[in-house]
Unconditional design. Structure first.
Length: 123
C-alpha cells in the first residue's frame, strides 16, 4: 500500500510498479479488512481499475479486487539512510513492514524485490 500526502508521487510510483508487472488494487479509497487475522486491501467497485496520472487523466488498467497487505510505502517521508533500520507500522492491529520514499530510479524495482524476498536483516 502506497501512502502519503497529495502530490507526493503515490500514483506515479504505482504506475511504475504496474509497468514492472505489479497489478493495481486501488488508486484511492482502498478498503482495509481483517481476514484470518491479517490485513487485506480491497478495491472499491466504483473505482476498480482506474488510476490517475497527473497531466494525463484517469487511466484504466488491469487490476485485482484485493490482496494481503504485506508492505507499506510512505511517500511523505524521504529515506536518508543508505542501509536503514527496519521500519514498521500498525495496520488493523498487525505489524506491517514500511519503506520510506527513495528518490532513485531503482526504488520501484527494490519494492518488488522486497515483496518477493523480504529485507535481509542479518546479512
Amino acid at each position: 500500500m502506497i501512502e502519503g500526502p497529495s502530490g507526493s508521487g503515490k500514483s506515479a510510483l504505482a504506475l511504475q510498479l504496474i509497468a514492472l508487472g505489479a497489478r493495481l488494487i486501488a488508486d484511492d479509497r482502498t478498503r482495509l479488512v481483517l481476514r484470518g487475522g491479517a490485513p487485506w486491501t480491497l478495491a472499491p467497485e466504483r473505482h476498480a481499475g482506474l488510476i490517475e496520472a497527473r497531466g494525463v487523466g484517469l487511466i484504466r488498467t488491469s487490476h485485482i479486487s484485493g490482496g494481503l497487505l504485506a508492505l507499506t510505502v510512505e511517500m511523505g517521508t524521504q529515506e536518508t539512510e543508505r542501509l536503514p533500520q527496519r521500519r514498521s507500522t500498525m495496520v488493523l492491529g498487525c505489524e506491517i513492514v514500511q519503506l520510506q520514499r527513495v528518490d532513485a530510479p531503482h526504488f520501484p524495482s527494490a519494492i518488488l524485490a522486497v515483496l518477493k524476498g523480504g529485507i535481509a536483516q542479518d546479512a
